[in-house]
Design a protein around this ligand. Structure first.
Ligand code: 5GP
Length: 222
């Protein structure tokens, strides 16, 4: 998707037509990103989650088509070959990708899109959709706390958690590829900050494509 192809969303808070926001939330696993995503989606009917495809096995409690589209490797490769992904990457021995068609549909319907993707995805999305992308990175308050949260979650075996901790370090090293970096030491406060960022970004002049017509009318002598 070239920048100019990004579909224009309707009904900005100020009443003008505006470009849709591609809102990326990244963090190491366990930093609270999923909780914040859930709260944002519950709070904001104008925001729709992008459901990624992945080759990783389903975890207990996950639902196909809701948490991810769970696909096997041949299917994933076929989707790559057919250019069905807006971006895709290897994460923890598995592949993850953002299906393009669903994002286009959401933007065309006038909603903004929320992405829970890693730094590689954020980078690729930024390359293709530039100014329409807002990148937010969420940091844990400390590595000790991150380790505690991952173990409390108890969805992964201990060796997987150790690898997630190692990967967290390299994920955090990409903090400077983001527009906003927040520390999640209080999930409610962090959520409010993320929501504020989304609201302010929607109001940016560069997104208000309907503004020119309005200014023209204002400048017309009465
Ligand atoms: P998990 O396996 O814990 O659900 O996700 C592992 C990591 O993959 C997370 O950091 C998540 O943000 C990232 N991820 C999930 N979907 C995508 C995707 O479509 N593209 C990219 N680049 N990363 C993704």
């Amino acid at each position: 998707m070239a920048e100019s192809d990004t579909v224009i969303a309707q009904n900005s808070a100020s009443g003008f037509r505006r470009r849709g926001v591609l809102f990326v939330l990244s963090s190491p696993s366990g930093a609270g990103k999923s909780t914040i995503s859930r709260k944002l989606l519950a709070d904001d009917p104008g925001l729709t989650m992008s459901v990624s495809a992945t080759t990783r096995p389903m975890r207990p409690g996950e639902q196909d088509g809701v948490d991810y589209h769970f696909v096997d490797l041949p299917k994933f490769k076929e989707m790559v070959a057919n250019h069905e992904f807006l971006e895709w990457a290897h994460v923890f021995d598995h592949r993850y990708g953002t299906p393009r068609a669903a994002v286009d549909r959401v933007l065309a319907s006038g909603n903004d899109v929320l992405f829970d993707i890693d730094w590689q995805g954020a980078q690729q999305l930024y390359q293709i959709a530039g100014g329409d992308v807002v990148r937010v990175f969420i940091l844990p308050p400390s590595m000790v706390e991150l380790d505690r949260r991952l173990r409390a979650r108890a969805t992964d075996p201990s060796d997987v958690i150790d690898r997630r901790m190692a990967r967290a370090q390299s994920e955090i090293a990409h903090w400077d590829g983001y527009d906003y970096v927040l520390v999640n030491d209080d999930v409610e406060a962090c959520f409010r900050n993320v929501r504020t960022i989304l609201h302010a970004e929607r109001l940016k002049r560069s997104r208000q494509t309907g503004l020119i017509g309005f200014i023209r009318k204002l400048n017309t002598p009465v």
